[in-house]
Structure formats: structure tokens, C-alpha cells
Design a protein around this ligand. Structure first.
Ligand code: PHE
Length: 346
């Protein structure tokens, strides 16, 4: 009996230590210490012994069982630790590679140019005004001194929006309509700039877009003269394109100003010498003029007391000149390779 107990102890130690998984260990536990295991047979046979032998053999049985159970428990703890390690290894997140950062966006060159233009005027004390992109004919034409049969209506190649039961509406052809809305909504003095989108029935090419952007400027006060217009726009052109730029005014016609003028600035590429960009050394920058007395009157201002000047500046044009963009269509194509070059953010 003692010999078979010794055999079972060794068999058990071996079986437990060879168990490679919890399931194998549990099977070994049944095989060694289970009810049908040889060990249990010995235990049951103890009853047939003499009382003295029963006592000593019983002690060995208890010790052996305790030793075997301890060996099984220890192996279980080992196997559980291995399983836990495997789980941790499987769940491991690899942090050794650099993360994929979302690339921060940047402002669109049009926004950069608009901000820069508007900032120049804010420093001069102007305020920003806004108006709707879908206008009625009165604000876009009539109030600006462009009656229904005026050739300027065709010149502007307007896009009309037909809404049943609604007076004629159109996509504004210029931000000048904001002049009218501003004067209608406040008494003089007025010092505003109105940046915004405008529309014309035009085919896109390297220098034209059917949807583009302007900054309108309007000043109305007592005693405003053409000299104020000239001084202001000269300062603005230099602020935008460099202090060594020169400007000149030439005659131009816009129905809502009298006299009307066009401001040209010396070419920033050739400094006025003449090059393929400018031709003769000058780049036309904007339309301007003294607000027509009829326009002041249309808005309820007294043209005997107040005078003013207005101008309209193309933002897209400023952007392509400033950033040397070869084709204006790049501004609307949304090509990330183009846009990413304007990395500076506000
Ligand atoms: N609105 C004119 C244009 O789109 C520009 C302009 C504005 C001219 C204000 C004179 C005064 O061409």
C-alpha cells in the first residue's frame, strides 16, 4: 500500500508538472485524485487494515493527498499566470510607431487676401458691412443709376433668378449694392468696406471666373473730395503690395460715380519696367470714383451737404497678384497640393 502511495505521488507530480494547459491540469487532477483514481482505491482499502496500520497508513495518505493538492495548486497558479501574460500580449497596442497626425488645414488664399485687405481698412477706421448675394434689380441696378435700358446691364452679364410671384431677382453682379443698403440703413457719415461674392455670366479662363469676390468701399461725409479718394487708395495699394509701389488714376466709366476712375499700380514683378504679366508696367487694380449725386439722393442723403467716394476691388485679382498664382482657376479647384502651399494660418 505504501509503495503504491509512493508511486501515485510520483505519477501525480509528473502529471501535474507536464500539464501544459488548465484543461490538461484538470484532467490530471481527476486521473490522480479523482474518485476512480488508484489513489482513491488505496484510500478505500485502508478500512481493511489493522487499527495500528490503519493509523500510520492513514497519515501517509493524508500527507500524500495534501502534497499532491499543493503541487496541483502551484501548477494551476503557474498556468494562470502564463494565460494572463498571453492575453496581455495579444491585447498589446504598438505605441512604438509615430501616430498618423491629421494635417492641420490652412486658410484659403482668398481668405488670406480678404483678411489682409479688410485689415488695412479697419486700421483706417472703416467698418465691415454685408449684403445679400441674391439681390433685387433696384439695389443692384436702379439705385446705382443703372436704369432698365442702360447698356451697363448687358455689360455685367447678369444671372437672373426667377422665383414665381416674386419681383425680378438676380445674383449680384457687384458688391456696389451694399453701398445702397448701407446708406438706406444709417445716416452719414459712412466709412465701410463690404467684402463678398459676386456673379457674372462669364466663362472661366486663366483670368476670369463667373463667381468671384470683391471688396466694396464707401465713404460719405461732409467735405469729402477726390483728393481723399486718391490719398486713401494710394495708401491701400502700398499697404497691400509694398511701400515702393506707385499708383496712377485714369478715367473710367461706372454709372454710379462721377467722375469715375481706374486705379493702376506699378507692376510688382518688373517694378514698372514692363513684362509679360503687366505689358506696359502698370496693373489695373480697381474701379473707383466720386459717388454720383443721384445715388446719394436715391438713398435719402442730401447731395448738397454730403459727398463721398466709392471703389470696388477684386479679391481674386489681389490674391493672384500677391501670391503669383499663374491661373485664377486654381483658386476654385480645391487641389490640396495648391492649397497646402498657403500654410500660414491666421
Ligand atoms: N462695381 C464696380 C465693378 O464691379 C467697381 C466700382 C465700385 C467702381 C465702386 C466704382 C465705384 O467693376
Amino acid at each position: 500500500m505504501l509503495r503504491s502511495l509512493e508511486r501515485e505521488r510520483e505519477r501525480g507530480f509528473r502529471a501535474f508538472s507536464e500539464a501544459a494547459t488548465i484543461a490538461e491540469l484538470e484532467a490530471a487532477q481527476v486521473a490522480i485524485l479523482g474518485r476512480k483514481a488508484p489513489f482513491s482505491d488505496v484510500q478505500r482499502a485502508v478500512g481493511t487494515l489493522e487499527p495500528d496500520d490503519r493509523k500510520s497508513v492513514g497519515r501517509v495518505i493524508n500527507e500524500t493527498r495534501a502534497d499532491l493538492q499543493r503541487a496541483s495548486d502551484e501548477r494551476r497558479a503557474e498556468l494562470e499566470a502564463v494565460a494572463e501574460d498571453a492575453l496581455i500580449a495579444a491585447d498589446r497596442v504598438d505605441l512604438s510607431l509615430p501616430g498618423r497626425r491629421p494635417r492641420p488645414g490652412s486658410l484659403h488664399p482668398l481668405s488670406l487676401a480678404e483678411d489682409e485687405i479688410v485689415d488695412v481698412f479697419l486700421r483706417l477706421g472703416y467698418r465691415v458691412a454685408e449684403g445679400p448675394e441674391i439681390e433685387d434689380e433696384w439695389h443692384n441696378f436702379e439705385a446705382l443709376n443703372i436704369p432698365p435700358d442702360h447698356p451697363a446691364r448687358t455689360m455685367k452679364d447678369s444671372i437672373y433668378v426667377h422665383l414665381p410671384g416674386h419681383p425680378e431677382l438676380l445674383l449680384r453682379t457687384e458688391t456696389s449694392s451694399v453701398q445702397i443698403r448701407t446708406m438706406q440703413s444709417q445716416p452719414p457719415p459712412v466709412y465701410i468696406v463690404a467684402p463678398g461674392r459676386v456673379y457674372r455670366r462669364e466663362t472661366a479662363d486663366a483670368t476670369h471666373l463667373p463667381v468671384f469676390h470683391q471688396v466694396e468701399g464707401l465713404v460719405v461725409d461732409e467735405g469729402i473730395t477726390f483728393a481723399d479718394l486718391k490719398g486713401t487708395l494710394d495708401a491701400v495699394a502700398r499697404a497691400l503690395f509694398g511701400q515702393d509701389r506707385e499708383t496712377k488714376l485714369g478715367p473710367a466709366f461706372f454709372p454710379f460715380v462721377e467722375p469715375g476712375a481706374e486705379l493702376a499700380v506699378t507692376c510688382m514683378r518688373c517694378d514698372g519696367a514692363g513684362c509679360p504679366v503687366c505689358g506696359n508696367g502698370w496693373i489695373e487694380l480697381l474701379g473707383c470714383g466720386m459717388v454720383h449725386p443721384q445715388v446719394l439722393e436715391n438713398c435719402g442723403y442730401d447731395p448738397e451737404r454730403y459727398t463721398g467716394f466709392a471703389f470696388g476691388l477684386g479679391i481674386d485679382r489681389v490674391a493672384i497678384l500677391k501670391y503669383r498664382i499663374p491661373d485664377i482657376r486654381l483658386l476654385v479647384e480645391g487641389d490640396i497640393r495648391f492649397l497646402a502651399q498657403f500654410g500660414a494660418s491666421r
